[in-house]
Write a protein that binds this ligand. Structure first.
Ligand code: HSE
Length: 313
């Protein structure tokens, strides 16, 4: 019998990871977003409810990332069936944790299950990327791919889109400090240099290759020392009060490495055991308080599973 309703949770993500601007990302266990899709009699798509966004997200399908991504899916499979979407935002907006990507991914995965899985993961990625492209002038796939595939992902190429899934060392933990300020990705992208020095490019690709080698070799020190960003972090640091002190607090508490998550303001730190990850979170939060910032800390392992079906019937 055809399914009537599917609910899917898709995880938040850390994009860039210091050394991989626009090409590297990983998923965390929490926070994330849940999207419910339900068959209804009226043709077309409507967003019936959005919870947890304090009325800030657009209710129009063509302006909402989950709506755009699901509309793209329905277009690809050429159906005009009626679908109602409910979005449960369980993570902060404008946080650098891939909030719009998590909604788009949860939406397309739920709709794909509802329609008996007609699309491949690559096609779902294209649907969600279309949503990301329509809300930022320049669509980047690092958040979406990490949320959809889980674990660490490399966007090896944008044209054609080519995603490489990377291994996750078993002891790797992530601490995220989310300062309670907002940064718009578009604004953070406008700060980026159009050209970079050859010596910065050389350092960046050395670190990216080092980081990925570290993942394959379970080499936590190599992973840590490769988290260095010569491109985005220097120009985005001024957007985050206390950034340098918060990062230093993480490093002093045993972090392998730390940098801005996506376009910020969240700051991530990697470590190789859960107790250190917790201690790093407390130290980062103290440093944030010293900079007059309220914050939330999330500690989790890298989420290798990606989206999770919450309910289907
Ligand atoms: N790679 C993107 C950026 C991620 O840094 O602009 C945005 O969250």
């Amino acid at each position: 019998m055809a399914l009537k309703e599917v609910s899917v949770f898709a995880p938040a993500t850390v994009a860039n990871v210091g050394c991989g601007f626009d090409v590297l990302g990983f998923a965390v266990s929490h926070p994330g977003d849940m999207v419910v899709v339900r068959r209804v009699a009226d043709k077309g798509i409507c967003i019936s409810d959005i919870r947890g966004d304090r009325e800030r997200l657009p209710r129009e399908v063509e302006k909402n990332t989950a709506g755009i991504a699901i509309a793209e899916l329905m277009n690809k499979i050429e159906t005009e069936d009626g679908l109602e979407i409910e979005i449960h935002k369980k993570m902060p907006l404008g946080s650098g944790l891939g909030s719009s990507a998590a909604s788009a991914v949860a939406g397309v995965v739920a709709a794909n299950i509802l329609f008996e899985e007609p699309l491949s993961q690559t096609e779902l990625l294209q649907c969600a990327l279309k949503a990301e492209e329509s809300i930022t002038s320049n669509g980047h796939a690092d958040n979406i791919a990490a949320s959809l595939y889980g674990g660490f992902v490399l966007v090896r190429s944008y044209d054609p889109l080519d995603i490489v899934q990377l291994p996750t060392p078993v002891h790797l933990h992530c601490t995220i400090l989310h300062p309670h300020i907002e940064i718009h990705t578009g604004e953070a992208r406008r700060l980026l240099p159009k050209k970079i020095l050859l010596e910065d490019a050389t350092a960046q690709w050395g670190n990216l290759a080092g980081f990925i080698s570290g993942l394959y070799q379970d080499d936590y020190d190599l992973i840590g020392k490769s988290i260095e960003d010569r491109i985005a972090e220097p120009v985005r640091t001024p957007l985050i009060p206390g950034f340098s002190a918060i990062k230093q607090a993480a490093m002093d508490s045993g972090a392998l490495g730390s940098s801005i998550s996506g376009s910020g303001p969240s700051i991530f730190a990697l470590s190789d055991d859960p107790l250190t990850a917790g201690e790093i979170g407390r130290a980062m939060q103290r440093a944030a308080r010293d900079a007059d910032l309220d914050s939330t800390v999330y500690v989790s392992k890298v989420n290798e599973d990606g989206p999770r079906v919450i309910k289907r019937h």
